[in-house]
Design a protein around this ligand. Structure first.
Ligand SMILES: Cc1ncc(COP(=O)(O)O)c(C=O)c1O
Length: 376
């Protein structure tokens, strides 16, 4: 993984924020967010973008202002997207389970809804009559990422296998839904262009069976080390083949690099290993435990002496370790460090286990800090 460099002014601002806010907190550099949005637009100039809200709901107002719609996976996320003023046509509603009462909430203003299974199709056609829909294809590919993130494998619970898609399409049309096109999301954190190209090839092979479509939603999944260059032309070929517009749902790639998790160190402890004890742990930052994710660590202090530490959180769980084997200066009590690339699936996955309060989320716009609202 490429270790990012923080803007020195952002770094300075972080040190000031430490005087005013309790740790742990997430901090986002909005100038990086704007750069990432620009890089995506440049790589895919003809695409329409829907931000995968799950990656960082608190940043939705800023991301909407950059011209993005939203991808939602729950009624709560759809409400959040409507709440910031996105129209139903600017919201894509995904997910394998949409309950009758969740669907009923949006009867009068249905978002573009992704059909994930036969049962989903039936419920959506019953409660969102005539809605605009996309059909989720499970491409049945061995995508390379952490197993928890590989939604495009045939054994995952998502979408409809390619051979079943033509029948699925006829059924959706027969039930009065307006099929806009197909949806493909291979997984999250994919760093190989080949995985995407193989996914697009699955759609290419389906063209004869499913006919032209208005929309191909090619999902998100762009890993931080993925070269975007080879994907643009391949997407455009596919769009031409189908006569379709390309929609994309990036989450991680848009927001990960803008965010850091700031935590203070409350002790150095030796058992058979040497630990730094932090006030952030699995309840504030689940990714290391859930996905084995490794986030670069940057100390906000200096010391002559260095040592190798495991970084443990405050929970009574041996699993509450955010990083292992990190060489760092030896800290004094209360000094702070940051986990980098923490802007995606960080704060959004924070949990109340152990009555832990949600970490604050702060945004820096190049001049000052703002506390972000998590709830609207
Ligand atoms: C359907 C769908 N679209 C988009 C995304 C966003 O993925 P990423 O954050 O890797 O871009 C996800 C993430 O799981 C997803 O499930």
């Amino acid at each position: 993984m490429n270790t990012p460099h923080l803007n020195p002014r952002f770094l300075e601002a972080l040190k000031q924020a430490l005087d005013g806010f309790p740790t742990p907190f997430y901090a986002y550099d909005l100038t990086v967010l704007e750069e990432e949005a620009e890089a995506l637009r440049k790589a895919f100039p003809k695409a329409r973008f829907f931000f995968a809200l799950k990656a960082n709901p608190a940043l939705l107002p800023q991301i909407k202002a950059l011209g993005f719609g939203a991808e939602a996976v729950s009624a709560g996320e759809v409400e959040r997207a409507l709440g910031v003023g996105l129209s139903p046509e600017e919201i894509v509603w995904n997910g394998p389970v949409k309950t009758p009462w969740a669907l009923q909430r949006f009867q009068d203003r249905p978002p573009v809804t992704v059909l994930d299974s036969e049962a989903d199709l039936l419920r959506v056609s019953r409660h969102l009559k005539g809605a605009q829909v996309l059909l989720r294809v499970n491409p049945d590919l061995p995508v390379r990422t952490h197993g928890h993130l590989a939604t495009g494998r045939g054994e995952s619970q998502f979408g409809v296998l390619p051979q079943k898609l033509p029948g699925f399409l006829r059924r959706a049309e027969g039930l009065g839904l307006l099929v806009l096109g197909l949806h493909l999301h291979l997984g999250s954190g994919l760093d190989r262009a080949e995985d995407f190209l193989e996914g697009y090839a699955v759609l290419q092979r389906l063209r004869t069976a499913v006919g032209p479509q208005r929309v191909l939603n090619l999902g998100g999944g762009f890993g931080l080390d993925l070269p975007l260059g080879p994907l643009g032309p391949a997407m455009e070929d596919l769009a031409r083949l189908y006569g379709a517009k390309i929609w994309l749902e990036p989450g991680r790639r848009l927001v990960a690099g803008s965010g850091v998790l700031v935590t203070r160190i409350w002790g150095v402890k030796r058992t058979r290993k040497t630990y730094l004890l932090l006030d952030a742990g699995m309840t504030s930052f689940l990714r290391p435990l859930l996905y084995g994710a490794r986030h670069p660590v940057l100390p906000l202090y200096q010391s002559e002496k260095e040592a190798v530490f495991d970084l443990a959180g405050p929970a009574c769980e041996a699993a509450d370790v955010l990083a292992r084997g990190v060489r760092l200066p030896v800290p004094k009590e209360g000094e702070a460090l940051v986990f980098l690339l923490a802007g995606a699936y960080g704060a959004s996955m924070a949990m109340p286990y152990l009555d832990t309060p949600r970490p604050l989320e702060l945004a820096w716009d190049g001049s000052g800090w703002r506390v972000l609202d998590f709830c609207y």
